[in-house]
Design a protein around this ligand. Structure first.
Ligand SMILES: O=C(O)C(=O)C[C@]1(C(=O)O)C=C[C@@H](O)C=C1
Length: 294
């Protein structure tokens, strides 16, 4: 059975991976940090790893993009987009201590993953302004700690699966700013797993522009534009080699097996761009209701 490294246990990473890849075919190995997920996969402890890469409200997780680009050589094998419903998880105020207008005023500390305050800022401002936020390694880790403390003044924000698995009640469901809060996850690894075909294939490339070439980015974009190749994302990141130099991280809708995409890549290489292919992979969305297991 192939192993998949995930941030976990009981995290959104685990919930989303189980949704898309099921419970039977893979063994899920939980790691405390995303850097451990990258390292375990790169070292061959697991064949594959799952990385949260982008959120509706927060945009790209730059740290994870940088790891993928600079620290490891792990091709992208699939991506999926999963709805993220955040829940306030903890213990109700002891009787007599419930403040009028705010049932959560007794909470003095909230623990969760550091990306969470941005996703729940409205609720936190309204109900948890008197609480200190303590970042921990994952949303589920906050719930685990709350379970060990059994202290009504300490709560967590995380997934329902963590509330169930650690036996800490949900105080308020769906506290994220937007109903459609989504996170995009990447499946990475040296070995390609057997997955069901998806209608949507994506290719991710890194492009470094030649120095002193006016209009180079324009030429790169036009190589895709006139072939009607859709860019679903473009982002510049520092090369980390020289101040002021950047590469472009580009997600393209299309396959390397098509005629047009390799031709566009050849064209931009011809003007002196360096191109690194990070992966060509199926993309799954929650709405498709697909389980990409063969
Ligand atoms: O802490 C978790 O539950 C995770 O799986 C990590 C993570 C992230 O890093 O973005 C995944 C989805 C949510 O956006 C919040 C946290």
């Amino acid at each position: 059975m192939k192993k998949i490294a995930i941030l976990g246990p009981s995290t959104f990473s685990e919930e989303s991976t189980r949704h898309f890849l099921g419970n039977e075919r893979f063994e899920y190995v939980p790691y405390k940090l995303i850097s451990d997920v990258f390292n375990a996969t790169a070292a061959g402890e697991t064949e594959l790893g799952v990385i949260p890469i982008e959120n509706t409200l927060e945009g790209s997780v730059h740290l994870h993009v940088d790891w993928l680009v600079h620290e490891v050589d792990l091709p992208i094998r699939a991506e999926w987009v999963f709805p993220i419903d955040m829940n306030l998880i903890g213990f109700a105020a002891p009787e007599g201590l419930v403040e009028e207008g705010n049932p959560f005023a007794h909470i003095r500390k909230v623990m969760s993953h550091h990306v969470v305050p941005a996703q729940c800022s409205r609720f936190m401002k309204q109900y948890l302004s008197g609480a200190e936020f303590e970042p921990v390694s994952s949303t589920a880790e906050g719930v685990r700690l709350a379970a060990t403390l059994q202290d009504p003044t300490v709560a967590a924000i995380g997934p329902l699966i963590a509330s169930v698995n650690y036996g800490v009640p949900v105080l308020q469901r769906e506290i994220q700013n937007h109903k459609d809060n989504m996170t995009r996850f990447l499946l990475v690894g040296q070995e390609a797993p057997e997955l069901e075909a998806s209608e949507q294939i994506k290719t991710t490339i890194l492009v470094t522009l030649p120095e002193d070439f006016p209009g180079a980015l324009h030429q790169v974009l036009s190589a895709f534009a006139w072939r009607r190749i859709n860019l679903s994302k473009i982002e510049s990141r520092p090369t980390k080699k020289k101040l002021g130099t950047y590469y472009f991280y580009i997600d393209l809708v299309g396959s390397l097996d098509s005629v047009l995409l390799p031709a566009a890549i050849q064209e931009i290489e011809a003007i002196g761009c360096q191109v690194r292919i990070l992966g060509c992979y199926p993309s799954y969305s929650f709405e498709m209701g697909e389980f990409p297991i063969k």
